[in-house]
Design a protein around this ligand. Structure first.
Ligand SMILES: *[C@@H]1O[C@H](CO)[C@@H](O)[C@H](O)[C@H]1NC(C)=O
Ligand SMILES: *[C@@H]1O[C@H](CO)[C@@H](O)[C@H](O)[C@H]1NC(C)=O
Ligand SMILES: *[C@@H]1O[C@H](CO)[C@@H](O)[C@H](O)[C@H]1NC(C)=O
Ligand SMILES: *[C@@H]1O[C@H](CO)[C@@H](O)[C@H](O)[C@H]1NC(C)=O
Ligand SMILES: *[C@@H]1O[C@H](CO)[C@@H](O)[C@H](O)[C@H]1NC(C)=O
Ligand SMILES: *[C@@H]1O[C@H](CO)[C@@H](O)[C@H](O)[C@H]1NC(C)=O
Length: 376
């Protein structure tokens, strides 16, 4: 009686396992290029057979296991070296699959088929892949602002806004989306700045299923610097910098310095060691020993989890102390020439006058005056 009761419950159990609807529709989200676990379990018993099959991709074989070991001879090329089971837990009924280096192509429906002496079971898992928005770039070139972001899945959306709000700015925006070989999306959009509205802060938001990021850009301003200390402001707001990572760039590419969110000391690139004097609480950059070589666009980027604030400043270097010295020298030379010419004129005038007897007396007086002026 005991024995019969046991085997009945076993049959009921395996029946339940086989048809368990909750198991059939598991959803798993995986991040592009990261690793991910596709869960699957079965009633533990002996002679375990496990097959993982990618149903969406025409029933391709992802992983198989029997005779107490992996059997990868017929594994699809696409999954080579990327799959593993938790060997030490198979005996406990764990058939979960670990997939590494997740690709967009890995998306879709998977079947986990298990078989033991006691029962066979099929369960299905739906895998979705997300490549979140990592970074949104904004750049101003003359009167055009471009916003772009790369490597996103699924297809992102891009929206513009301004602060304070303005409709004029958006009369002419065009968004372009491109898909890479890895099936990721690159998006970009530009807008033409209107002459009628100035002093706006432009924001661009790129969003996808898993997240969104925003970038803001202030219209390019210019600043006259000198060869002595020059401070370039970073951001109009004075939020606590500790929550942001900071990067200063020159002419859109070369990094002057950067600082991550957690490490308070900043790293100055080798070629800027001489010029960087310091960075303020608000991220403003103080430079020294500037020459015309440092004229150009300075970009400050403050980023946190949600947004990047970009401030571009065109720095013009005024004639510094060096050129000031030149100016003094030129002034002295011009002055000297002027004196010599004047003296020459005076001598000629004196010579002409000395021939006239009528004016001899006046001449003498003049000569005396001139002589005393020339040789005091
Ligand atoms: C199987 O084992 C792995 C590794 O310990 C664990 O992460 C996973 O949750 C287990 N799956 C099941 C269905 O028990
Ligand atoms: C939008 O900008 C393009 C150039 O980027 C220009 O050719 C086109 O005429 C503009 N359209 C409007 C309505 O201003
Ligand atoms: C914007 O996208 C187009 C087409 O996808 C591409 O040709 C262009 O180079 C992109 N521009 C920028 C600034 O990324
Ligand atoms: C910025 O600083 C000024 C004074 O320095 C202060 O009045 C203002 O409230 C601050 N703004 C923010 C957003 O912290
Ligand atoms: C900032 O500097 C560190 C090294 O100090 C570097 O590893 C990192 O890539 C830099 N970040 C950026 C955005 O360039
Ligand atoms: C930086 O850019 C400015 C103008 O955008 C240019 O005049 C200057 O030559 C550039 N400087 C360097 C060192 O590339």
């Amino acid at each position: 009686m005991m024995v019969v009761g046991c085997s009945v419950s076993l049959v009921v159990w395996s029946f339940l396992w086989t048809l368990s609807p909750a198991e059939g529709h598991a959803e798993v989200s995986c991040v592009f290029m990261e690793s991910c676990i596709l869960p699957c379990s079965f009633q533990s018993s002996t002679d375990v057979v496990i097959f993982w099959i990618h149903v969406t991709a025409g029933d391709t074989l992802v992983h198989s296991y029997y005779h107490n070991q992996d059997q990868l001879g017929r594994q699809d090329q696409r999954f080579r070296g990327r799959t593993s089971l938790f060997k030490d837990q198979i005996s406990g009924g764990n058939a979960s699959l670990q997939l590494t280096g997740v690709q967009v192509q890995d998306q879709g429906r998977y079947k986990c088929y298990t078989s033991t002496i006691a029962a066979n079971k099929e369960s299905f898992i739906n895998l979705q892949v997300d490549a979140p928005v990592h970074k949104v770039d904004m750049e101003q070139e003359e009167n055009r602002i471009t916003c772009s972001s790369e490597g996103i899945y699924p297809e992102p959306e891009l929206t513009w806004s301004t602060s304070p709000p303005s409709n004029v700015a958006f009369k002419n925006t065009t968004s372009r989306v491109q898909q890479t070989e890895q099936l990721l999306y690159n998006i970009n959009s530009s807008l033409i700045l209107s002459d009628r509205v100035t002093d706006l802060v432009y924001s661009c938001t790129v969003s996808t299923r898993s997240n969104r990021r925003r970038a803001t850009l202030r219209e390019l301003t210019s600043l006259d610097g000198s060869s002595s200390d020059t401070t370039i402001p970073c951001s109009a707001s004075n939020t606590s910098l500790l929550n942001f990572s900071l990067v200063w760039r020159f002419n859109h590419s070369r990094i002057i310095l950067n600082r991550t969110r957690t490490s308070v000391p900043y790293t100055v690139s080798e070629e800027w060691r001489q010029q960087v004097k310091g960075v303020s609480e608000s991220g403003s950059l103080t430079l020294q020993d500037l020459s015309l070589k440092q004229e150009g666009i300075y970009t400050c980027e403050l980023s946190d989890d949600e947004e990047t604030n970009i401030t571009n400043t065109l720095l013009r270097i005024e004639e510094g102390s060096q050129t000031g010295v030149t100016r003094v020298i030129v002034g002295l030379v011009v002055g000297a020439i002027f004196v010599v010419v004047l003296a020459g004129l005076g001598v000629r005038y004196y010579k002409r006058k000395s021939h006239s007897k009528e004016c001899e007396t006046r001449d003498k007086v003049w000569k005396q005056t001139f002589d005393s002026a020339m040789n005091p």
